[in-house]
Design a binder for this molecule. Structure first.
Ligand code: WQD
Length: 387
C-alpha cells in the first residue's frame, strides 16, 4: 500500500508528538486525518476549543511549514470517548487504513489526583476507538506507549524484554493495561481468522475476509525539542509537568526557576537520568512503524510488537539544565527540592530492536534538541495558559 493511496488517522494529532507525527506523515506522502479534543494544545487566536475547531493552531503551523496553507488538513474536534463522533469520522473517510493513536491524558502527577479521568479517557476511550476500528475493518494501529511501563527496570539500558509493570502512576498503569488490551485483541483476531478459514474451507467457500490485526506499540522515552523551523513545538496548556517545556518557560521568563526534583538518586550527580530524543526523531519513528506494518502484512505477518523509541543515551536533569542553558546563552536558575513521587532513577533505552527492525534511529543530537527548543520558545514567548 503506497503512501499516496492510504490515509492515516492520527488521534491526538494536535498534541506535541501527534502534530510532529502528522508533519512527518505528510512529508512522507501519506494522506492524514486528524482527531483531537484540543484539551492540551494551543487554540491560537481562539479562546476555547469550540471556536478553534475549524483549524487548530497546531495544524496551521504544519500548513505553514509545508507551504500548503491552501490545502486544509481534515480535522475533527472529537474526544475518543465520543463513539458516534468516531463513527462519523470513519464513515466520512472510508480510505483510512491505519490509526496512529496518540490521544490520551499524559500527566503522571495529575493522574494520581484524577485517576478515573485517566481510566475513562485512556482506557475506555481507546477501547471505544478499537471497537469502531473493527466495525469499519480498520485493523492496523500504532500506539503511543511509554517507557514508564518499565517501572524501575532491573537493567539499564532497557531492552523491550524488560518486564512491564503496573506499579507506577495511574497514567503509567493505563499504558500497561492498553498494551495488554491491544495484544489480547491481536491474538484473538488471529484465532478468529483461523476459525473462519477452517469453516470456509469446510464449506468449500472462498476466504474473503481477514480479521487479523497488526499493532506496533511505541514506548517513547523522553521526547524533547521542537521542529527546526521554530514554527512548531510543544505548546501545552497550563504549567508544564515535563522538564524541558518547564525549563523553556523559565528561559523566556514566564516561570522564575526550575525545581529539580531530588538530588539523592544513585546516579552520577544525584539527579534522575532519562533518554531524551528529539521529537522529530520520535515522529519519524511512527512513519517507520507504519512502513513496518505494511511490509510485514505484505508477507502475511500480522503481529503485535513493542519497540523502544529512545536515543540510547542517558542524560541527568542537571545535564539537561546545562545543555539548554548553553543553547539559551545564560545559566538558567534552579533549586533542588525533594524527590517527585513515582520518579525512578534511570530510564535509558536499548534502541537496538527499533534500529534493526524498524530501520529507525534517533539521529538528532542533544544540542540540536536544545537549539530547536530554544528557537521555538523564543519565537513563542507567550507562555503557558492557565485555562
Ligand atoms: C524528567 C526528569 C523529573 C520536571 C513522563 C512520563 C512519560 C512521558 C514524559 C508523556 C525527572 C525531572 C521534571 C521538573 C524536574 N509522558 N523534573 N523538574 O517523568 O521521565 O516521563 O513524562 O508524554 O510517559 O512518564 O518526564 O520530563 O516529567 O521528568 O526535576 O519541573 O526531570 O524528576 O527526573 P518523565 P519529565
Amino acid at each position: 500500500m503506497s503512501p499516496t493511496t492510504s490515509t492515516i488517522l492520527v488521534t491526538g494529532g494536535c498534541g506535541y508528538v501527534g502534530s510532529h507525527t502528522v508533519l512527518s506523515l505528510l512529508e512522507s506522502g501519506y494522506n492524514v486525518v486528524v482527531l483531537d479534543n484540543l484539551s492540551n494544545t494551543s487554540f491560537g487566536n481562539s479562546t476555547n476549543a469550540t471556536t478553534a475547531a475549524e483549524t487548530p493552531e497546531a495544524l496551521k503551523r504544519i500548513q505553514r511549514i509545508l507551504s500548503i496553507e491552501d490545502k486544509p488538513i481534515p480535522f475533527y474536534a472529537v474526544d475518543i470517548v465520543d463513539r458516534p463522533a468516531l463513527v462519523n469520522i470513519f464513515e466520512s473517510h472510508p480510505d483510512i487504513s491505519t490509526v496512529i493513536h496518540c490521544a490520551g491524558l499524559k500527566s503522571v502527577g495529575e493522574s494520581g489526583r484524577v485517576p478515573l479521568d485517566y481510566y475513562n479517557v485512556n482506557i475506555a476511550g481507546t477501547v471505544n476507538l478499537l471497537q469502531v476500528m473493527e466495525e469499519f475493518n480498520v485493523r492496523r494501529i500504532v500506539f503511543s506507549s511509554s517507557a514508564t511501563v518499565y517501572g524501575d527496570p532491573p537493567k539499564i539500558p532497557i531492552p523491550e524484554t524488560s518486564p512491564i509493570v503496573a506499579s507506577m502512576s495511574p497514567y503509567g498503569r493505563t499504558k500497561v493495561f492498553l498494551e495488554h488490551i491491544i495484544r489480547d485483541m491481536c491474538v484473538a483476531s488471529t484465532v478468529k481468522q483461523s476459525d473462519y478459514e477452517k469453516e470456509q474451507t469446510r464449506k468449500g467457500a472462498a476466504i474473503e475476509k481477514d480479521y487479523r490485526w497488526s499493532a506496533i506499540l511505541l514506548r517513547y522515552f523522553n521526547p524533547a525539542g521542537a521542529h527546526p523551523s521554530g514554527i512548531m513545538g510543544e505548546d501545552p496548556q497550563g504549567i508544564p509537568n515535563n522538564l524541558m517545556p518547564y525549563l523553556a518557560q523559565v528561559a523566556v521568563g514566564n516561570l522564575e526557576k526550575l525545581t529539580v526534583f531530588g538530588q539523592d538518586y544513585p546516579t552520577k550527580d544525584g539527579t534522575c537520568i532519562r533518554d531524551y530524543l528529539h521529537v522529530v526523531d520520535c515522529a519519524d519513528g511512527h512513519v517507520a512503524a507504519l512502513e513496518k506494518i505494511e511490509l510485514e502484512e505484505s508477507v502475511g505477518n500480522f503481529e503485535c510488537k513493542a519497540y523502544n523509541l529512545g536515543a540510547g543515551t542517558g542524560c541527568s536533569v542537571l545535564d539537561m539544565v546545562r545543555a539548554f542553558s548553553k543553547a539559551v546563552g545564560r545559566d538558567l536558575p534552579y533549586v533542588i527540592s525533594a524527590r517527585r513521587p513515582g520518579d525512578v532513577p534511570n530510564l535509558t533505552a536499548d534502541p537496538s530492536l527499533a534500529n534493526k527492525e524498524l530501520n529507525w534511529k534517533a539521529v538528532k543530537t542533544l544540542d540540536e534538541m536544545c537549539e530547536d527548543l530554544w528557537r521555538w520558545q523564543r519565537n513563542n514567548p507567550k507562555g503557558y495558559r492557565t485555562v
